[in-house]
Design a protein around this ligand. Sequence first.
Ligand code: PLP
Length: 427
Amino acid sequence: MTTNHELFQRAQQLMPGGVNSPVRAFKSVGGEPFFTARADGPYLWDVEGKRYIDYVGSWGPMIVGHNHPHVREAVERAVKNGLSYGTPCPAEVTMAETITRLIPSIDMVRMVNSGTEATMSAIRVARGATGRNLIVKFEGCYHGHGDSFLVKAGSGALTFGVPTSPGVPKANADLTLTLAYNDLEAATRLFDEHGHDIAGLIIEPVAGNMNCIPPKDGYLQGLRELCTKHGALLIFDEVMTGFRVALGGAQAYYGVTPDLTTFGKIIGGGMPVGAYGGRRDLMQQVAPSGPIYQAGTLSGNPVAMAAGLAMLELIQAPGFYDQLAARTRLLTDGLQAVADGEGVAFSTNRVGGMFGLFFTREKVDSYAQATAADSALFNRFFHGMLERGVYLAPSAFEAGFVSSAHSEQDIADTLEAARGALRAARA
Ligand code: PLP
């Protein structure tokens, strides 16, 4: 039998850090990653046959659980007709119709292959449409690995304490202004000073890459007003929150309308897909109907569209999001009760099907609080959970995800594991 350790040894010789995306390498929590052999429902099985209850869900897409038959069968049907055409295909039209129907702020959409492509393209539209250069982002928010975003970024960049990356030209980083998340006064001051040069403000409407931090009441509305007043575009990066916190995403959940939105993860049903879209007058400026260039050999791929459409069908089932939110609440309330019972300083955040766990007594609503929580204790807790067959995101700075496949029994098993893991982590 091939072991996780053997595979990681081989992988490290061949791929940077042994992985194809940094956080997977367990650098933040220490130890070695496991290698997944298969996944089904709320579970992953590693190559050694060990089963894990999975709260990462491929970093978000698996909102109905892994290997859902409806999605898998749609892919199998699509594959029979060929893998890629390089011409328009009908599924792209259905996808665009579905997105524009579910997200009222989007009149037109362009499919791409990842969240990174979506955000890079969205800020190009913002710059092209406004004729301005500056982009505003938030400390701890992650928008993929485009040059403009690796400035005080979250996710892996935050985990590794690398606020900017070598290889990002200073001249490029200079065009990205950063703000503290959930601080409207700071945003107002920045816009008063630079508003006339700001092309767009991009935000995770619920931050999910510095753990999970929801916006304060009125915060997103305040940013909407600032952007409107200063003629800048408001871009919601809903790569994580889209179809996750509500069917209409965070913009429906909080009732705030952005000019442009980016998607990824769920919209691809587990295939490599992203999308950006928004107001017609903006999207019509994208090539070939307008001069702002963006393209993709595999964009709108028929197999990926089939997976995404099947996923979007499933999440439109009546009551889907109420049930998902209830499951998530069962988990976070249960973990809070376990931690309280063990006398461990602990708090949680949650919106819809995403959640955050913090080893601190405070209710966390800022990046500063998230980074001040006890990440060493988190790391020990993470490994205790892993030993007990529960897979949390391998970093204190990532949101967790519940799927509709997680049963009440899975949650009860998770809480039981948490009790043991907390006792061991404290010892
Ligand atoms: N935006 C957000 C909010 C994300 O969470 C991510 C990835 O986690 C991205 C963009 C980048 O997406 P991708 O990894 O598909 O390039």
